[in-house]
Design a protein around this ligand. Structure first.
Ligand SMILES: Nc1ncnc2c1ncn2[C@@H]1O[C@H](COP(=O)(O)OP(=O)(O)OP(=O)(O)O)[C@@H](O)[C@H]1O
Ligand SMILES: [Mg+2]
Length: 592
């Protein structure tokens, strides 16, 4: 069942984690200055922390034992001052690192967005928008803690561990070995868990993506859901998806939760060993009491960063799957690309030639086979034919949204493969069946056709396609807000706005996938007049459903069975008494 597709996970290769991590951190290269400051600050914090037990050792062994209160006083003030400085540094480092990681996230998101925009139709044909959204929003967000903590935790904690390790070994080798008794076991355990946890977090991110896609699609189509009273059905499906999501999370987090107890046990055993050995050694006068007390502080100082590090490792495993999904998209090359020596398309006059064009979406079923035609500058071509015949496909090929399998497509005698996609599409005006309006005002939506157009140009375009009249009747005229997809307007009104938008862009070739409504209302008449205005003076392809458009066309192409079966004017084709004649009789006789 279609809706259940959302429970199907995206395919994903097992990407090499080390490469992913390095690639992720390479985004921070730009922030060397900030990171150096943070590392310096961390150095201060570590120094203060490491010095504290030494102060205690000196205080006990030198001053308290000997009753030297003045020395105690001085050392107390020094310790206090240093610790205040340490506190200040801690605050500062968090601020700087948050700033850096937010900037990095912003850059990754921008890069992802720009890259996605370049990907071909084919990429979007094959995945729900919600899954794409999940990567741009959720997966990027998941990287935040990794980026922030990499510098705050990884570098300083690692340094602390090394420094403390050295001090412990200098103070006493035997005690040091006791404190670290279980460390090798811990390292082994962590590696063992990590391998499994990584896979489970990958699954979790996929489930997250499924949830996103389902929510996005069902709220986009909420009107369909409600008209078919399918609320219970979709709620049930959603609940199944949520369940998958929950299970994947629990599965993954179960493994992560084994980290902490492992560290705690190792820490605990280390402490017991130090006390056990330390008390005996101090009784045997092998070490001073001060050394033993300092040592007990160092155990905590050693194991605490280990805990942080394991926590960071945990976060890394949890979130690296997000980075993998982002890089996977960034590494996806658009199917449709400019060739190396691509030229800029000169100003298009409007001759279009298909030469034995063969095309299929998936390599099995040929949608077009050996299609050839020649269109003169300024001609209007109406494409008619049964649903699924390939009309939309033909016009998509002219703008090179897909590459053909055989033959060639030429505009003004230039193969469209030899010119840059940008210079080609800039000169095309493409209007799809479902008019898409963006959130914003009516004016903004028309101006989308030419971003630097003046208000006068916008109004002029609207007047030309007979949209001005109805726009002026809206609450705020051209400044009326249109919500997402323009749902506050009627279908006809939306089309008129789209006409104005396209007219404003002054396309050299116009492609219009006509919407099927042909009720004879006032707006419908305006739409018809709008179309006439749009077609004037430019080569146009209209996938036509309106009799008026078809009859006015210079030539009509009847598309079916992967080819153009008949072509000619309305009268010619009627006289032929072939497919067009039958289509016409079936569809239009009743209303004409
Ligand atoms: N993105 C796609 N991926 C795979 N197959 C596709 C895709 N788009 C269309 N098709 C298939 O190609 C064939 C032609 O589709 P096309 O959209 O060109 O038909 P059409 O003539 O425009 O139909 P309609 O009048 O319903 O809009 C159909 O069989 C359709 O299933
Ligand atoms: Mg179509």
């Amino acid at each position: 069942m279609a809706v259940n597709n959302f429970r199907e996970d995206e395919q994903q290769e097992n990407v090499l984690k080390k490469v992913t991590i390095l690639r992720l951190f390479s985004y921070m290269k730009k922030y060397k200055k900030e990171i150096s400051i943070v590392i310096f600050i961390m150095g201060v914090i570590i120094a203060v922390n490491v010095l504290n037990p030494i102060f205690i050792k000196i205080a006990i062994d030198k001053y308290i034992k000997k009753g030297n209160s003045e020395g105690l006083y001085i050392i107390g003030i020094i310790a206090l001052a240093l610790n205040l400085l340490g506190r200040y540094c801690i605050k500062k480092r968090i601020l700087i690192m948050s700033r850096v990681s937010n900037k990095v996230l912003m850059e990754i998101r921008q890069e992802l967005y720009e890259h996605l925009q370049k990907l071909s139709f084919n990429f979007f044909d094959n995945r729900p928008v919600g899954k794409v959204l999940a990567r741009v929003i959720g997966d990027v967000n998941s990287l935040k803690v990794v980026l922030t903590n990499s510098v705050i935790s990884l570098i300083p904690d690692f340094t602390t561990v090394i420094v403390v390790l050295i001090i412990m070994f200098i103070l006493n080798v035997k005690l040091a070995l006791g404190a670290l008794a279980l460390l090798p076991l811990l390292v082994f355990g962590m590696y063992f868990i990590q391998v499994r946890a990584h896979k489970r977090w990958q699954v979790f991110r996929k489930k997250n993506s499924n949830m996103n896609a389902f929510t996005h699609e069902n709220f986009s189509g909420v009107k369909v859901v409600q008209s078919f009273t399918a609320e219970d059905y979709t709620s049930n499906t959603f609940s199944e998806i949520l369940n998958d999501h929950r299970k994947a999370f629990i599965n993954a987090v179960k493994l992560n939760d084994m980290f902490w107890p492992m560290v705690e046990v190792s820490w605990g055993v280390g402490t017991i060993m130090v006390f056990y050995l330390g008390v005996r050694m101090s009784e045997a006068n092998e070490i001073t009491v001060g050394t033993l007390i300092a040592f007990t502080s160092y155990i905590a100082m050693f194991w605490h960063p280990i805990m942080n590090l394991s926590n960071f490792y945990n976060q890394l495993i949890t979130n690296i799957a997000g980075a993998e999904r982002i890089f996977e998209i960034l590494d996806t090359q658009p199917d449709i690309k400019d060739i190396n020596e691509a030229k800029v398309m000169p100003e298009i006059k409007g001759e279009v030639e298909f030469n034995n064009v063969t095309f299929s979406y998936d390599k099995n079923v040929k949608v077009l086979e050996n299609v050839s035609f020649d269109i003169k500058q300024g001609e209007t071509i109406a494409l008619v034919g049964p649903t699924g015949a390939g009309k939309t496909t033909i016009v998509n090929l002219i703008s090179r949204f897909y590459d053909i399998d055989g033959g060639s497509i030429k505009i003004d005698n230039i193969d469209i493969k030899d010119v840059t996609i940008e210079s080609l599409r800039q000169q095309m005006g493409i209007m799809t069946q479902d008019t898409f309006l963006f959130t914003g005002t009516v004016k903004d939506n028309i101006r989308y056709g030419k971003l630097d157009a003046t208000d006068e140009e916008v109004i002029e375009a609207a007047k030309s396609v007979h949209a001005h009249e109805f726009i002026m009747k809206l609450d705020n005229g051209y400044d009326t807000k249109v919500n997402e997809r323009g749902t506050k307007l009627s279908v006809g009104q939306r089309q008129l706005i789209a006409f104005a938008r396209t007219l404003l862009s002054k396309p050299k070739i116009l492609i219009l996938d006509e919407a099927t409504s042909s009720i004879d209302t006032h707006t419908e008449r305006l739409v018809q007049q709008g179309i006439v205005e749009l077609l004037k003076g430019r080569t146009s392809f209209v996938i036509a459903h309106r009799l008026s458009t078809i009859q006015k066309a210079d030539r009509i192409f009847v598309v079916d069975n992967s080819n153009i079966l008949e072509s000619g004017s309305h009268e010619e084709l009627m006289n032929l008494e072939g497919i067009y004649h039958n289509l016409y009789m079936a569809q239009f006789e009743a209303i004409s």
